[in-house]
Ligand binder design. Structure first.
Ligand SMILES: [Zn+2]
Length: 251
């Protein structure tokens, strides 16, 4: 479609508008809720304990997969007493539980101004006062935020470890996280000295809190098979946490 010609010459300080979205780029829009831009931040008291996955190869795993196959064939649920331990049981690691510093108007001291962009300086200062280390992409050497255009307008900001899978029809898109790659990155932050290893006091308090949770369930587990199963899992987790914390303390 030809553009209407303008009679007056364009002033030298005129600015050019951007093109409307084409049919192709509309197809690339995802049904996501809009979310603000962010930076990841680390707090020395916030950690998670991650168990090593089953190895799938040891004698215990081979035995268990046989039990699982038989149970599936007979449409039965598996009696946990029939399962054998894996060499990876009771093994795991403490990884930092990062949170987001939202770069949104008014949140966390981060005011938005159209001309200056986000006032990141105040937000960074506030986070530091609260004991956080902000993982600024320029400082950790990785641009980890990815921006998506949303169907309803606006942008969604996700991490590079998340993949957006469009769902059919009007359903919201599914976000799938690559936990293995994300955990690799968390490990590299510790290895590169950007954040410290967990301190023994924090590990100890996580262990105590899980011990307390187990103690509170002791009286009820005999009459509650679901609770008993969850507590067996927590007991295994606790053994792993204790062993991992001990290894760090004596490292
Ligand atoms: Zn195994």
């Amino acid at each position: 479609m030809p553009l209407p010609s303008t009679s007056k010459p364009r002033p030298s300080n005129a600015i050019q508008g951007s093109l409307p979205p084409t049919a192709q780029s509309r197809r690339d829009l995802a049904r996501l809720d809009k979310t603000p831009n962010f930076m990841l931040k680390f707090h020395p008291a916030r950690w998670m304990y991650v168990e090593l996955p089953k190895c799938g190869e040891c004698a215990g795993c081979k035995h268990n997969s046989k039990v699982e196959r038989e149970a599936a064939k007979a449409f039965e649920s598996i009696d946990p007493d029939r399962l054998k331990p894996c060499v990876n049981d009771d093994r795991g690691e403490f990884l930092p539980l990062l949170s987001k510093l939202k770069l949104d108007g008014g949140v966390g001291g981060c005011d938005y101004s159209v001309s200056r962009g986000y006032n990141i300086k105040d937000a960074l200062h506030n986070a530091r006062v609260q004991g956080y280390t902000v993982l600024e992409p320029s400082k950790v050497g990785l641009e980890y935020v990815r921006v998506y255009d949303c169907v309803g307008g606006g942008k969604a900001h996700l991490s590079m470890w998340e993949t957006v899978i469009p769902a059919p029809g009007q359903k919201p898109a599914v976000i799938v996280a690559d936990t293995v790659a994300y955990h690799d990155w968390l490990r590299s932050l510790i290895a590169d000295g950007i954040i410290p290893q967990i301190d023994t006091m924090t590990a100890e308090s996580m262990i105590e809190s899980l011990r307390g949770k187990l103690a509170r369930g002791t009286a009820r587990r005999a009459n509650d098979p679901g609770l008993d199963l969850r507590m067996r899992h927590d007991e295994r987790r606790l053994r792993g946490m204790v062993a991992t914390a001990r290894a760090i303390a004596y490292a």
